[in-house]
Design a protein around this ligand. Structure first.
Ligand SMILES: Nc1ncnc2c1ncn2[C@@H]1O[C@H](COP(=O)(O)OP(=O)(O)OP(=O)(O)O)[C@@H](O)[C@H]1O
Ligand SMILES: [Mg+2]
Length: 238
């Protein structure tokens, strides 16, 4: 596959065209951003860590019956992926209250939720990715009623795959964000990435945070934390 022109540069990845119309290359960057890119930094090696972590998790998710955009990891930082039309919704699944959920609703940080809460955020940087409900999704034609059901079902299924997996490596999967896209046949695929940039992981014993909150909250040791997450995943999947 030939890496052709760059078609998009986001905060965490660059997308490149290939010689096939429905295949892209996603290159993971070392950039770290938070709070809608108001806070920025670089962490050498972060792109490769996320590319490795995301590839392992997508493979695990696929083995368990959820279709994904990942064709293969090409090298340290590049994934060969199926091109999709991204559904402009960030689908968030939460097991434990923290972050914006605690801030907005006053639910105490660290509270275990009675069930996995699925939330939708409208992917629109100019509007600050506002939270939306099912009716906004349909009203704004971001997804059909059927697709909306599929997004919720898939988010829960991914959680049901990942939560026990992470528990087995002594990590609490607190919450995560996923994106879905429609492939050339209109089938919904898990797209984008799943990494410590898009999940919260707390060590089950110490409570230590092993994700992007280390950057958001200036806790230091960002790269060490991402390395630890990869090490545990690799240890369990070997
Ligand atoms: N399979 C795919 N097909 C097409 N686009 C994809 C696919 N997977 C991910 N994307 C898109 O590629 C971009 C990846 O870049 P990145 O994650 O850096 O973006 P971002 O800075 O988070 O910004 P935004 O998600 O708001 O565009 C995102 O826009 C994402 O939605
Ligand atoms: Mg992104």
């Amino acid at each position: 596959m030939i890496k052709k022109e760059q078609i998009y540069e986001g905060k965490g990845k660059k997308l490149f065209a290939t010689d096939d119309e429905w295949t892209l290359i996603a290159e993971f960057k070392d950039d770290l951003t938070a709070f809608n890119a108001q806070k920025k930094a670089q962490e050498k090696g972060k792109g490769a860590l996320n590319a490795a972590i995301s590839a392992k998790l997508f493979a695990l998710i696929k083995q368990n019956g959820v279709e994904t955009h990942l064709i293969k990891r090409l090298d340290e930082t590049n994934h060969l992926i199926k091109k999709t039309r991204i559904i402009p919704i960030e689908v968030v699944a939460r097991n434990i209250a923290t972050g914006s959920l605690s801030k907005r609703l006053g639910i105490k940080e660290g509270t275990e939720l009675d069930f996995t809460l699925v939330e939708f955020y409208y992917k629109n940087d100019d509007l600050g990715d506002p939270i939306i409900n099912d009716e906004h999704v349909v009203l704004m034609k971001l997804a059909s009623e059927d697709e909306l059901k599929t997004l919720k079902t898939l988010a829960r299924k991914i959680n049901d795959i990942l939560r026990p997996f992470f528990r087995s490596v002594n990590l609490n999967l607190v919450d995560f964000k996923v994106e879905f896209g429609r492939d050339q046949n209109g089938q919904i695929l898990l797209a984008d990435e799943i990494s410590p940039d898009s999940c919260r992981f707390w060590d089950l014993t110490s409570g230590e945070k092993l994700d992007k909150d280390r950057f958001r909250q200036d806790l230091g040791g960002v790269k060490l934390a991402y390395e630890e997450v990869l090490k545990r995943i690799e240890g369990a999947l070997k």
